[in-house]
Ligand binder design. Sequence first.
Ligand code: P6P
Length: 337
Amino acid sequence: MRQVTVTEHLLLHQKESPMATGRFTSMLNELILAAKIISREVNKAGLVDVLGLTGEVNVQGEAVRKLDDYANDILIYRMERAGVLCAIASEENADVIEIPENMPQGDYILIFDPLDGSSNIDANVNVGTIFSIYRRKSNCKCGATLADVLQKGADQVAAGYFLYGTSTMMVYSTGRGVHGFTMDPSVGEFLLSHPDIKTPGTGKIYSVNEAYWIYWDEATREAVSYFKSTDNSRGKPYSQRYIGSLVADFHRNLLYGGIFLYPADMQDPKKPRGKLRLMCEANPLAFLIEQAGGKATDGEIDILQIEPSELHQRVPLFIGSRNDVDKVMEIYRKHKK
Ligand code: P6P
């Protein structure tokens, strides 16, 4: 198949889209550069000791720190220089990061989880960077406000993730389908490998950490029981697959079909809305799954319709094949009555 780069794909397939502007393309290319640097470091994570790197200072003379801190710093450094952003928000930073005044500003807002699943790196488990892009709502040329950042997921102009695994992949959407690119390390380019991804209407996989069963409410227990029983639409149990790295679990279910569940649990009264974050995890993945024909809910409403109130607010997440997510919503509705 003729190689198609991300830039070529954007220009070819987004011709009529406002996303084919040079500014958006250059932002995406900066994001790709950051991901290539992160991928390089993630792929040698296990070698920090073997390569004789003391774990203190690496060959570039940079301090070798926790990879998620490193990924966060790389993304902020590169993206604040992209010249197209007015604000950045990261899972690793409590507050919105304003673009320094001495740097060119733009109208886009970038929200990301720099290295989701990073606790799995030492076991060589796939990890990923999740990103979400909005346009600012306020039209003043002053710095972006929190209201500019706290937009509902339906207002995203683009979203995607980089998956650092057996190969490094980029999956993204600008609202015209979901497209996957695989890094060809021999040329250092992401090449189109999964054009126009569509997820099956009904899956064969359910992904949830069942260790929390005792903390779930009755509706959640009934929903999970449905997928592991014989009285579901398949007439047999779904396969249970759970890597414990959101991007990896999401990516597998996107391609094969299935549902990922991270319900609210009462184990930690500080987190009655579960563990995953709306702005940098649920919203971007919900944007993608909707574009791929699937669905995402917090159990009651569409993730993309949730009006955010806090930058790091958490949300229960049921995401994947449309019919499977609909089933969860049907069960939740029944229990609400
Ligand atoms: P648990 C990783 O720490 C993460 O944030 C997601 O990548 C993953 O889906 C989830 O937490 C796993 O959480 O509670 O099952 O260990």
